[in-house]
Design a protein around this ligand. Structure first.
Ligand code: HEC
Length: 145
């Protein structure tokens, strides 16, 4: 039974998701009361309503005791600064999912330099190729009487 709870509440009730409370090392009477409140509908939560509706009084007592006895572990949540979150959200809606960049100028500088060099070499190669053909045949054409 507790394995099901752990799926949301973390291993042994040590939640790693900010939206799901940790249960490990919580007071047994608090857990007991919270589960009864979810079951009766006095405390509302879509997730917990579904989870608690099938629990018997014994289940609740057992689960409360189980989690009260788990070792509580420290978890650190790092809050992403507001402006960055906003820009991330904008990026997600503005961009097609597989486009890593929209403009040439958004490419890293090294990649842009590389592209420029490749284009330059290809361009020069093309130019010298044309000149080569021109000078090869121009002479011969002129020599034809
Ligand atoms: C689908 C995910 C999910 C599952 C599975 C789940 N929970 Fe929860 N639980 C939540 C969420 C989300 C909350 C916070 C709800 C709220 O705001 O009241 C919560 C809250 C609780 C609380 C209240 C904690 C507090 O600090 O107030 C208890 C106790 C609890 N759950 C026990 C359990 C037990 C025992 C099980 C297994 C029978 C379980 N949960 C299964 C998601 C889940």
């Amino acid at each position: 039974m507790a394995e099901k709870c752990d799926r949301c509440h973390g291993l042994n009730g040590n939640s790693v998701r900010p939206e799901v409370p940790a249960l490990a090392a919580q007071r047994v009477d608090y857990l007991d009361e919270a589960l009864r409140a979810y079951r009766s509908g006095a405390r509302m939560s879509p997730e917990m309503a579904a989870m608690s509706s099938i629990l018997t009084d014994d289940d609740i007592a057992g689960l409360a005791a189980h989690y009260a006895h788990q070792k509580g572990r420290a978890v650190i949540f790092i809050a992403v600064p507001e402006n960055r979150r906003a820009s991330e959200a904008r990026d997600m809606t503005d961009q097609p999912p597989h486009a890593p960049f929209r403009h040439y100028s958004e490419l890293p500088y090294s990649l842009r330099t590389l592209f420029t060099c490749v284009l330059l070499i290809l361009g020069l190669g093309y130019l010298f190729g044309l000149l080569n053909i021109y000078f090869t045949y121009a002479g011969r054409l002129a020599a034809i009487p």
